[in-house]
Design a protein around this ligand. Structure first.
Ligand code: FAD
Length: 404
């Protein structure tokens, strides 16, 4: 029997397999739009779920448990998948340009490429520190480190985390917890490990209520994590007069200098230059300014969500929770624009429940001015929410994957 082919009228291109796009793809799979050709261009075949990433570093989740495989997801959404990095946009001619030379045409474009910690302003940071994003690179270095500690547990090791926001704090607690377990399993003293956390401001996690900040500081201090508050790192360099390059000096503006074996960089989020160069209106950090409909202020055929977008009327911290919540309104407005319907405004919540893992299978819960201290039950609740989220992306059939 001959199959009736549907004519394709519109090209919808999604750049980046971030949280919002993962949800939008799932919804497109459930509710496809006839006549629309869907394409996903993303840098890697899987994408990390931020809620479970610290738990993976702490050793509680496997790599697969905290990553969404974008190939079966794209297949489910009947989307063409290109594993490539976008490097430029030609908005006048409606084209997306990729690192491998691929050029993709679009009628409607959506961008969800996340953010990376800014390293450019600090001498040596880009060369010698390990940025927390892209996650794949962070994990490569992390796996190398746990392997090295496992092989030589008797050797003292010092790690530094630069940036005392939620990401930096969770990373410090999770890394310490995992490395302590390795040292204990090999009957070594946990004193072999030193963890240093540098924060420019005098308070950790400045986006959170003071009750959380107070608890977090107490936990870090009790765990022996060395806090350097009010310290601005200004230089990172290999230690002079050492044969191995695996010892680095971290210099602060105050004159404080600390030697470390590994430096993880989790500072303020930044955006790639090509968005601004393409002519998109951005904020000072280079994030795309979007209206309540998630459309670019200057280019209504371009949408953005997640870290890479700054909502002009409702700015929020760069966190996975907001990227997740934008998935559904993004999907609905993409459908509406393709159908020629008017778009719906989206207003993100101001207050939300935040569950922060403390690296020991406990979590703190906070919402507004209320904060509950670390507890196993809160971790179990967080674990249940996170696993339920990931279940949405488990597909039975992985065959027939449209990957290029
Ligand atoms: C260590 C750490 C811990 C964190 N923990 C939490 C937490 O517990 N809870 C929380 O809410 N937030 C957490 N965050 C913040 C969270 O990771 C981000 O806010 C969240 O990932 C943003 O989601 P996103 O959808 O914007 O982009 P991402 O999740 O970053 O996804 C971006 C996607 O785009 C792809 N991509 C990137 N550039 C390109 C390109 N040029 N071309 C094509 N594809 C591209 C990437 O491969 C990736 O798949 C943490 C961050 C860090 C660093």
């Amino acid at each position: 029997m001959q199959q009736k082919l549907q004519p394709i009228f519109k090209d919808l291109v999604l750049i980046g397999g971030g949280h919002s796009h993962a949800i939008a793809l799932k919804m497109f799979g459930r509710k496809p739009l006839p006549g629309v050709s869907l394409t996903l261009i993303t840098a890697a075949k899987n994408t990390a779920y931020s809620g479970m990433l610290p738990g993976h570093i702490a050793g509680f989740y496997s790599h697969d448990e905290c990553h969404i495989d974008l190939r079966p997801l794209a297949n489910f959404a009947q989307a063409q998948l290109y594993i490539d990095r976008v490097v430029a946009l030609d908005l006048e001619n409606h084209k997306v340009l990729c690192a491998n030379g691929l050029v993709v045409d679009f009628d409607v474009l959506s961008i969800d490429i996340g953010s990376t910690p800014a390293t450019v302003s600090v001498s040596g940071a880009a060369e010698y520190a390990i940025a927390a994003k892209p996650v794949s690179q962070l994990l490569e270095h992390w796996y190398e480190l746990i392997e090295a500690v496992g092989e030589n547990p008797q050797e003292p090791i010092r790690i530094a985390i630069v940036g005392g926001g939620a990401g930096g704090v969770e990373l410090a607690l999770s890394m310490q917890s995992h490395l302590h377990r390795i040292l204990l399993q090999t009957q070594q003293a946990i004193q072999n490990l030193e963890v240093h956390l540098f924060q420019r401001g005098t308070e950790l996690m400045p986006n959170y209520h003071s009750s959380v900040r107070h608890q977090i500081q107490q936990i870090l201090t009790a765990r022996g994590i060395k806090l350097h508050l009010g310290e601005t790192v200004c230089k990172v360099a290999p230690t002079p007069h050492r044969e191995t390059k695996e010892i680095f000096e971290i210099k602060c503006e105050s004159g404080l200098t600390v030697e470390c074996n590994k430096i993880f960089w989790v500072t303020q989020a930044s955006a790639p230059e090509w968005l601004k160069s393409a002519g998109l209106e951005t904020d000072e950090q280079g994030f795309i300014l979007v209206e309540d409909t998630l459309q670019s202020q200057t280019h209504p055929q371009v949408f953005a969500a997640g870290d890479i977008a700054t909502m002009v009327n409702h700015p929020r911290p760069k966190a996975g929770v907001f990227a997740v919540r934008q998935g559904k309104p993004l999907f609905e407005n993409l459908q509406r624009i393709l159908l020629g319907k008017s778009l719906k405004p989206y207003r993100p919540q101001k207050q939300y429940l935040s569950l922060i893992g403390t690296g020991d299978e406990r979590a703190i819960a906070t919402r507004g001015i209320i904060t509950l201290p670390p507890h196993k039950l809160l971790w179990r609740y967080k674990d249940w929410i996170d696993r339920r989220f990931m279940e949405r992306f488990h597909f039975e059939k992985k065959s027939d994957i449209m990957s290029v």
